[in-house]
Design a protein around this ligand. Sequence first.
Ligand code: NAP
Length: 487
Amino acid sequence: MKIEINNNNLFKEKAYISGQWVDANDGSTIEVTNPANQEIIGHVPNCGLEETNAAIDAAAEAQKKWRQCPAKEKSSILRSFYDLICVHQEDLARIITYEQGKSMTEATGEITYSASFIEWFAEEAKRIYGDVIPGHLHDRRTIVIKQPIGVVACITPWNFPSAMLARKIGPALATGCSLVCKPAKQTPFSALALAYLAEQAGLPKGLLNVLTGNAQTIGKAMTDSNLVRKLTFTGSTETGKMLLKECAKTVKKVSMELGGLAPFIVFEDANIEAAIAGAIAAKYRNTGQTCVCANRIYVHQDIYDEFCEGFTKAAAKIQTGEGLDPTTDQGPLIDEAALAKVEEHINDAQNQGGLILLGGRRHKLGGLFFEPTVIKDANDAMLIAHEETFGPVAPLFSFATEEEVIARANDTPFGLASYFYTTDLAKSWRVSEQLEYGMVGLNTGIVSTEMAPFGGIKESGMGREGSKYGVEDYLEIKYISIAGIDR
Ligand code: NAP
């Protein structure tokens, strides 16, 4: 073990199936490395078909009892789980930084965010209400009840290894479902640490299973299974589309949190200073590796030069380095493929007339570090205008009218997050209503909270996570039509 934390029990190099910490049946493992220095930080089991089926069986068995468990008891276990996440916040944040690379400030924030979903759904567990519908005939009444879907398969990405999972564990357990989870290969330890804390919180065995190993094999076992009634996925649109197809075979319910291409619009009447701060937060968080990162920054032509100058000055202050160094704002990218994509977008932008105002190169620290980058005179023909960059590159486009910028912002198959800055009330409503996105940040560059329904439209996915709406994705509706109620 190459990591330093206070409570070593949180660092598990085993899969978690039916309440047991286990190796792969054939003993094989996969390496996990630290993206800041490429050192191996540990190994996890390379699970396959048999282990996945064992986890699904365990989840199905455990769910039979859990669905009957009183709401208050479910809530109380989730509350204990939340408390434990808070107690171990620093260790959990360090695990994220070791395996994912983000700064400790951001990792600590991610743990707060993870915990908030467990807390929120601990509360919502007690509020899963039904309905009574007036009779459509003299002697009839209709009652609507909501019931857990059953076994939920869940596949999560590396960019928020703790929060993306907590956002699924919370509502699944609150509604009476059970889970079989597969974290990303780069970041399994955050998921395993959460499973350990759920166990410590008294969660009955079999309800939460975490498998590490081959994505294709585990994913196929999940989608082929009749016992799995829902798949919740966070990751790329490409993988999401493939999983959707596979889920059709057994008509599973699905939630898809997929890629984005967020526009960030600054109108001529905006508070420029606030817009610059918002754009920096929306662009460079997690080294530009979030699904809600501003990918295209549109600035009105009247304030374009002023914005470019202020934004570049602010971006130049970002400190790049190892996440464990307290002075670091921005960590490394996740892998060499991510660096290659960033370079491809920058080269393409330069070839099409883009002017580099800041950065543009691999960082002098070497490895997977990249300089915060700003590109002026971006245009719609560039790759960066159409593809998620997932790196610290801010292309600045200029625009002339409201109609034009809305059309350009919506000209994409994606529809996750969008942002705009204005001080005009009427424009605030008009633009909010016309942006074809699941989320709109108005005069803010950060929209995420457990209290709001996070999610996208178009090819950014379906379903919502967080808020009262997030519960619905894990419930089936049943109605009971009662006859013979004559007065
Ligand atoms: P990815 O390649 O789609 O991987 C995501 C997860 O899917 C990983 O656990 C991966 O496992 C697994 N996976 C890959 N191929 C699979 C297959 N054939 N069957 C089953 N599972 C499979 O995405 P990523 O590059 O890690 O994540 C970045 C993407 O996620 C971006 O597009 C980002 O926008 C999106 N994202 C969306 C949201 C949202 O809420 N909308 C939030 C965060 C990220 P392995 O790691 O083992 O390959």
